[in-house]
Design a protein around this ligand. Structure first.
Ligand code: ADP
Ligand code: MG
Length: 384
């Protein structure tokens, strides 16, 4: 896939050349899972996999959307009639972005859009943020400039929260917009301050693998809402604004204060230790010692599995099989209950790890996972 192909497909669909092509990557979170609901820290990196949006302005105020992946034809909407809840299906993501831009007072109008993507959808790799951010950048390119990349990420998140109706945190869109190749992005989800942390696995003889389990356990939004409510209740009980304000050194005292509340204690233990792991992994990367981050990834997985309760048998199997095959560390990444796991391994042992995970899935009777190597890629940009 390429910018040129997206431009050619645009012409075939919309019958005229596009004015430009913009792209945004999917992301994988190295560490810092379910910390954003407590205003904590995350450490994502951009995938090499991109979503492309080829676009052209329209004078008649229509938004005409087409995606190669979505099937079906062109979805036609009126830019001035967009409202939360009014658009269903995939078109809500790009339509929501135009709505959010206009809501913020930016003079973006109608457009023809064509979308191509190589980010696997629904695998926990943020194809939704890639689509939103690429769309935001395209509309900014056509009608702007309106704002900078962090600003576009904020509007893309608003589109997903308020227009599509998915209560995601700030990580996905910020990572897709603001990541830098060869770096992980240290993001404080309270004030959105960012720090680029050098991370080049290949330069250290390492490989980072993503294993998409290709399962999605439909547990509904209730699981997310319940944990969010639990973290908020624990913060109130501990008299802090959010669990991010419980220092790691105070964890024993916090757990003691929640004695008798067996439901909240494991949530607090996960969030506080996970925030601590984000800091520790960032420090190791900055010190040029990414190998030592491996055990922290695996500890993060155990915490999500045992304390936060968001893993599933397939994710646990990736982590166990990779560990037995000599990987340095592995963890589920994203919201869990399916989706993808991340494995850090020596480059020399990567093939062995891949075979072991595939073999374990076959032996357990699971569908074969999709396993691929990733390197920290570049965030959103104009590509054509
Ligand atoms: P994730 O972001 O982890 O991939 P989500 O459920 O948040 O999973 O987003 C997936 C949804 O985003 C898809 O169901 C689809 O509606 C939309 N989407 C993502 N990429 C595309 C694309 N290339 N074309 C059309 N819709 C897309
Ligand atoms: Mg998503």
């Amino acid at each position: 896939m390429s910018a040129r192909r997206a431009a050619e497909a645009f012409r075939a669909v919309h019958g005229a050349p596009c004015e430009g092509v913009w792209a945004a990557p999917g992301r994988v979170n190295l560490i810092g899972e379910y910390t954003d609901i407590s205003e904590g820290f995350v450490l994502p990196l951009a995938l090499p996999h991109l979503t492309w949006v080829a676009a052209r302005r329209r004078r008649d105020g229509l938004l005409r959307l087409h995606s190669a992946a979505a099937g079906g034809g062109v979805v036609e909407l009126r830019a001035d009639r967009l409202a939360p809840g009014a658009v269903r299906g995939w078109a809500a993501y790009p339509a929501g972005v135009l709505w959010a831009l206009r809501e913020a007072g930016h003079a973006a109008g109608g457009a023809d859009l064509h979308v191509e993507s190589e980010v696997p959808a629904g695998a926990g790799l943020s194809s939704s943020a890639a689509l939103e951010v690429a769309t935001a950048l395209a509309l900014d390119g056509l009608y702007g400039p309106f704002t900078d990349l962090p600003g576009l990420a904020r509007l893309a998140r608003r589109a997903e929260n308020a227009f599509v109706g998915v209560p995601c945190g700030a990580m996905d869109q910020t990572a897709s917009a603001c990541c830098v190749a060869g770096h992980a992005l240290h993001l404080d989800t309270r004030d959105l301050s960012r720090r680029q942390i050098p991370f080049d696995p290949a330069a250290h003889g390492l490989r980072l693998l993503v294993a998409d389990t290709r399962v999605a356990h439909a547990l509904g939004d209730g699981e997310y809402a319940r944990r969010r409510a639990g973290c908020e209740a624990a913060a109130r009980r501990l008299r802090v604004r959010a669990l991010r304000d419980v220092p790691y050194a105070h964890l024993p005292a916090a757990l003691d204060a929640l004695r008798g509340d067996a439901g909240l204690r494991p949530l607090v233990r996960h969030v506080v230790t996970e925030n601590h792991r984000v800091g520790a992994v960032a420090a190791l990367l900055e010190a040029g010692d990414p190998r030592a981050a491996g055990p922290l990834l695996t500890a993060g997985h155990a915490s999500l599995r045992d304390d936060f309760g968001v893993s599933c048998p397939e994710l646990d199997l990736v982590v166990a099989a990779a560990g037995e095959a000599g990987a340095l560390g592995a963890r589920m990444t994203g919201a869990g209950f399916g989706g993808s796991a991340l494995v850090l391994t020596e480059e020399a042992g990567a093939g062995e790890v891949q075979r072991a995970v595939a073999g374990a899935f076959a032996a357990a009777g699971h569908r074969p996972p999709r396993i691929f190597a990733v390197a920290p890629g570049e965030g959103a940009r104009r590509v054509g």
